[in-house]
Design a protein around this ligand. Structure first.
Ligand SMILES: CCCCC/C=C\C/C=C\C/C=C\C/C=C\CCCC(=O)SCCNC(=O)CCNC(=O)[C@H](O)C(C)(C)COP(=O)(O)OP(=O)(O)OC[C@H]1O[C@@H](n2cnc3c(N)ncnc32)[C@H](O)[C@@H]1OP(=O)(O)O
Length: 199
């Protein structure tokens, strides 16, 4: 661990004293509205990934999200049980969907996950996430996943730090073929605009 990583490690998920409460963007989707995929080939939410999670997220009140994901046999780690990395992906995707409510583009910097109960294949995981604080480009958030219904027992939970980026983050770093295809797709451009405060 270099000195910069060591600096971040233990307290990186605790908002600094100058953090402020999150503000729901006035043009954010209404509570209850289905958000749709941010990218059709996203492993978390896209319809174009046969073995993806196909996670469906809805806007909640304030800066919160609810989402559902059904564990498929392609998501196993142990026989008949969801892979932990897949569950972390479901949490990451749900937390990432909070971007729609802030109308910012942000990527996961840090994600800490607690696996509380095993999750069998066929389970519908009911996820809830909210932004707890914002400090400059840093967005602090938490999520839980429950089984057996939205009020069922907690199976997984996460704390995360997302970092706001410009759309250039994707254009500069993505593989050129996929970027070219995304930029040629008017639906994709519309979706990206929905994340940007100043399109
Ligand atoms: C037109 C084509 C485009 C198509 C795109 C399609 C859709 C786009 C729209 C929306 C997409 C958005 C969300 C999607 C929703 C869900 C998906 C799930 C989300 C993910 O799955 S996303 C993938 C995984 N994710 C990454 O691939 C990030 C890789 N990474 C980096 O790209 C850099 O690392 C970056 C940008 C994070 C930071 O780099 P940077 O140079 O901009 O900023 P810098 O390092 O200065 O950090 C600024 C302040 O954050 C603190 N900080 C930074 N990183 C930290 C860490 N890890 N832990 C603790 N603190 C950290 C610093 O300590 C400093 O704090 P302070 O200001 O207090 O000093």
């Amino acid at each position: 661990m270099n000195s910069r990583e060591a600096e971040r490690a233990p307290s990186a998920l605790t908002p600094p004293p100058d953090a402020i409460p999150p503000v729901r963007h006035p043009e954010a989707p209404a509570p209850g509205e289905l958000l749709g995929a941010h990218y059709d080939h996203c492993f978390g939410c896209g319809g174009g990934q046969p073995h993806g999670l196909h996670l469906q997220a809805r806007a909640g009140d304030g800066v919160s999200i609810t989402a559902e994901f059904t564990v498929q046999s392609a998501h196993q780690g142990a026989p008949g049980l969801a892979h932990g990395g897949v569950l972390a992906t479901a949490l990451d995707e749900t937390l990432g969907s909070l971007n729609w409510l802030l109308r910012t583009i942000a990527v996961t910097g840090r994600l800490e996950t607690d696996f509380v109960r095993p999750v069998p294949v066929g389970t519908v995981l009911h996820l809830q996430a909210e932004v707890t604080a914002v400090a400059g480009r840093k967005i602090y958030s938490t999520a839980v996943g429950r089984t057996g219904g939205p009020d069922g027992p907690v199976a997984v939970r996460a704390q995360a730090l997302f970092i706001e980026v410009m759309v250039d983050h994707f254009i500069d770093n993505g593989r050129p073929d996929e970027i070219k295809a995304a930029m040629a797709d008017p639906d994709q451009i519309r979706r990206v605009r929905a994340f940007e405060v100043n399109p």
